[in-house]
Design a protein around this ligand. Structure first.
Ligand SMILES: [Mg+2]
Length: 201
């Protein structure tokens, strides 16, 4: 991958990429359906067919509840993510969050929460249906970070250098797609995305 000294837009997923969303999914599922989200150890939560089979067509209510602004204060950011995203911006990169959320009313509180952690300049695009490709195209994403295999398939097809935080549900996909740059800790992105850049005054 070649790194250029020009402004780049880095598109970043939110849930399970910058903070751990799994506990919130589980609490919401227990509240709404009385069962664990990870029944039988199945952690392939991104598979829509599985979700419909388990919870019916209204499975999205679990996500609406889990990702509600009421629970923002329970979100614990992954270690290092704040430092890295602030540094990216200091080095001239534009941070734009791209997330799937079925709740049309989440935009303002979500953007406020993101700005509170990463500064007023961060962008936010929300897809209600879960299709991120058109957004990546519209914002001219130079890089993409996401934990979801279906989203990574889209960005790889578009030729966008793709990064992914390793999670139990993407382990197999990442083994099959070595072109995705996988990381465990956000600090690992510093040498990949920042060290060859020039600090913007
Ligand atoms: Mg995610």
């Amino acid at each position: 991958m070649s790194i250029q000294n020009s402004p780049n837009v880095i598109a970043i997923d939110i849930d399970s990429t910058i903070y751990s969303a799994e506990n919130l999914y589980d609490v919401a599922c227990q509240k709404l359906h009385g069962v664990s989200f990870y029944e039988d150890g199945n952690r392939d939560w991104y598979d829509v067919e599985d979700l419909v089979e388990r919870f019916g067509e209204n499975y999205q209510e679990i996500f609406v509840e889990a990702l509600s602004p009421r629970h923002f204060d329970k979100r614990a950011l992954y270690e290092g993510v704040e430092d890295i995203l602030w540094e990216m911006q200091e080095y001239g990169m534009r941070v734009h969050f791209v997330t799937h959320n079925p709740d049309p009313y989440v935009r303002c509180p979500l953007h406020r929460w993101l700005k509170g952690h990463f500064g007023d300049d961060v962008g936010l695009s929300i897809t209600v249906q879960g299709r991120k490709g058109p957004i990546l195209n519209r914002i001219g994403a130079s890089y993409f970070i996401d934990d979801s295999p279906p989203n990574m398939v889209v960005s790889l097809r578009m030729g966008i250098p793709t990064f992914s935080k390793r999670q139990p549900w993407n382990e197999k996909f990442l083994l099959q797609h070595p072109e995705v740059i996988a990381f465990d800790e956000w600090e690992e992105l510093r040498p990949l995305l920042l060290e060859e850049r020039t600090l913007v005054a």
